[in-house]
Design a protein around this ligand. Structure first.
Ligand SMILES: [Zn+2]
Length: 168
């Protein structure tokens, strides 16, 4: 999953854009981020995502974005990152995050099966300590809890509720 960020400055700066320009630029950013294009949108793609509700032609909309300094003509692509490119994640940042998430999931899965070869020491110990805390809601089952029921805090502090098999 990826996301597209619009900073607080966007509504004010984008007041100069017409509604179709505003929407088309937003859709271009989302198109770029969703396909990891690093803000270089193939020109032929624009008609596929431009769905504004206006009789204004797409050529006029693009010209407006070019003239107002939001887009740049880069030959086969429109570069749509002239304003605040730092708001969007690069494809490299996305790849690194994905790799980290995959490694975290592998660690959680192995930990839950009793294989601690990938565990980070602190997280692994915390997981076992929590697993051994008597369960207040069902005291009759306390003390014998299997470690796989213990949510394991990960490196970023988020706690995966379930180790779902998924695309990694
Ligand atoms: Zn472990």
């Amino acid at each position: 999953m990826n996301w597209t960020k619009f900073g607080d400055e966007y509504p004010v700066e984008a007041r100069e854009l017409t509604d179709p320009e505003w929407r088309t630029h937003g859709e271009a950013l989302m198109w770029s981020n969703g396909r990891k294009l690093d803000l270089h949108v193939p020109k032929r793609d624009v008609r596929r995502f431009a769905e504004y509700d206006s009789p204004v032609g797409i050529d006029v909309v693009i010209k407006g974005l070019l003239d107002k300094g939001w887009w740049r003509d880069d030959g086969d692509t429109w570069f749509v990152g002239l304003r605040h490119p730092e708001w969007q994640r690069t494809s490299e940042e996305i790849r690194i995050d994905r790799d980290k998430a995959a490694a975290r999931m592998r660690r959680v899965r192995r930990h839950s099966k009793g294989d601690h070869s990938l565990c980070l020491a602190a997280d692994c110990v915390r997981g076992h300590v929590r697993a051994n805390v008597p369960n207040e809601r069902s005291p009759e089952r306390s003390g014998e809890r299997a470690p796989e029921r213990a949510p394991e805090p990960s490196a970023n502090g988020m706690r995966p509720l379930v180790a779902l098999p998924g695309k990694t």
